[in-house]
Unconditional design. Structure first.
Lengths: 310, 198
């Protein structure tokens, strides 16, 4: 596999995986459809609630197999897959698992514990497959639950054991809320909701109100910003990375050259004198420390010299 | 000149549990007095898991039938080339009190810190920086690091919690609360006696 230099990385085609969650009627589907060239996989009949001007192509998914087949067909034609809602998708996976995997059904016909394992694996596989071809937006309903004595918490409406897992493939996750008539997306987790920030997208971002004739392009712009941030970060880190790599390489050679206690002060000085970047100095010192342990060399506090341990 | 005292994330964490758990105060006193307590089953599982991960990172083969093979391999791929078990110290001063921060990072590489956790019942944001002082403490120990990731497994799946430096408040206010608590509860002398840096 060819190695790509960090300075040559190009994020223009990076696919983004986003979770949008909110209680009903917050405009989740409309927001999801503001992503670039989307196909709505409508498990929840949410398209009917979107303003006609902002509706996009949709696949009305009755079964999990139909959804997979529609995704296959969408490859190369759409840039974004919107799954609305992901809770309903997981319900359809349960039905699929019971039909196709004997482990998923209990003897009395209910859904088995092993079935949830099947779903978790399939969810991760699906997320990885979709990311190869599309941006992916998982839309979730939220419920309000209690949190401590007087707090509230917005929790995803999804089978409990999969709740922790659905955030794993996501680059970003936002909770939508309204404050003083304005709509916001929270990307940083708080005591009352979960979220996920990355690539410089964090905190609370206002979602402008869509007036007649306005393009619905909030996520298209946000995804462009993610790619621009990634590109800028990569370019700004490149010189530090080159210095770091050189320092680590030299530190390794310095440590390998230590053969006896007399070599240690020179090696320590040489490591200190290197041009360091990122965490290279701490890593280099750790390398030396472990080299001394290998050679059974210790620092004698009283005599203030390195010597072999007795 | 006041004596320098040591602070670890485990000590701060034991203090913060005082307010979250019924027997948190008793447990905190044991930690403060540096009393040895036998490891729990969960701790032993965590040690076994981390040893297995480190062995693979150091080039050992993991048997194809091993219960943790898929997750260990997934984690090892991410952590390849990192320094393991990096012991670090940093001198700071809070309200005139010299303090030695002390911690052992699980993994460090290129400005990234990772901490490996084994949790049979993982819940989302279990290790959020507001719930544990570890994130802020390790950022204080490595001022050059720009992010911290908890890489967690329940043995079947790998979970991640990612915290960039700029969203994690500094450790100093938490240490200040801890020192104030010790003074209020007449524990400051025990702390100095047991945690003084010689």
């Amino acid at each position: 596999m060819p190695i790509i230099r960090s300075t040559d990385l190009n994020f223009a085609d990076k696919h983004i995986n986003l979770i949008i969650s909110a209680p009903p009627s917050m405009g989740k589907t409309t927001l999801a459809l503001s992503a670039p060239n989307p196909l709505l996989c409508d498990f929840d009949e949410g398209l009917a609630r979107v303003e006609p001007a902002h509706r996009k192509d949709a696949s009305i998914c009755k079964t999990y197999e139909e959804f997979l087949s529609d995704c296959k067909e969408a490859e190369g034609k759409y840039e974004t897959i919107v799954i609305d809602t992901a809770g309903a998708l997981i319900e359809s996976m349960k039905e699929w698992a019971m039909r196709t995997d004997p482990k998923a059904s209990k003897a009395n016909g209910g859904f088995s514990l092993q079935g949830y394992g099947v779903i978790k694996q399939e969810f991760l596989r699906l997320s990885a497959y979709l990311r190869k071809h599309f941006n992916v937006i998982f839309v979730f309903h939220e419920n309000l639950t209690r949190n401590g004595d007087d707090g509230v918490f917005y929790e995803l409406v999804v089978e409990g054991s999969t709740r922790s897992l659905v955030y794993q493939p996501a680059d970003l996750a936002c909770h939508l809320f309204i404050d003083h008539g304005k709509r916001y997306a929270g990307f940083t987790p708080t005591e009352s909701y979960n979220a996920k920030s990355a690539y410089g997208i964090k905190g609370i971002i206002e979602i402008p109100e869509l007036k007649e004739g306005d393009p619905n392009d909030f996520l298209t712009k946000l995804f462009a910003k993610v790619r621009a941030n990634l590109d800028a970060e990569s370019k700004s880190l490149a010189p530090q990375k080159a210095t770091y790599d050189a320092a680590i390489k030299e530190a390794r050679a310095i440590c390998d050259a230590v053969k006896n206690p007399e070599d240690v002060p020179l090696a320590a000085d040489a490591i200190k004198a290197l041009t360091h970047a990122l965490t290279s100095e701490k890593e280099a010192k750790d390398m030396l420390k472990k080299r001394l342990a290998e050679l059974n060399i210790v620092w004698d506090k009283t005599e203030k010299v390195y010597k072999y341990a007795e | 000149m006041r004596n320098k005292i040591r602070i670890t994330q485990s000590l701060l964490s034991a203090y913060e549990w005082v307010f979250k758990k019924d027997d948190g105060y008793e447990d905190f006193l044991k930690t403060l007095r540096r009393e040895k307590t036998p490891p729990t089953e969960a701790m032993l599982d965590g040690i076994r898991f981390e040893n297995c991960l480190n062995a693979v990172l150091n080039g050992e083969h993991i048997d194809s039938t091993h219960e943790w093979k898929p997750v260990i391999e997934e984690m090892a791929e991410e952590l390849q080339g990192s320094r393991q078990q990096v012991t670090l110290f940093r001198d700071i001063e809070i309200d005139g009190q010299p303090i030695l921060l002390h911690g052992v990072l699980d993994y460090l590489r290129e400005g990234h810190i990772w901490d490996c956790k084994f949790s049979k019942r993982y819940e989302l944001n279990k290790y959020h920086w507001s719930k544990t002082p570890q994130t802020a403490m390790y950022f204080a120990l490595v001022p050059e690091a720009f992010d911290f990731e908890y890489i967690i497994s329940d043995g079947k799946y790998v979970y991640r919690e990612y915290y960039p430096r700029d969203i994690v408040p500094p450790i100093e206010p938490r240490i200040r609360c801890f020192l104030a608590f010790l003074k209020q509860h007449d524990l400051y002398n025990i702390y100095h006696e047991k945690w003084r840096v010689n």
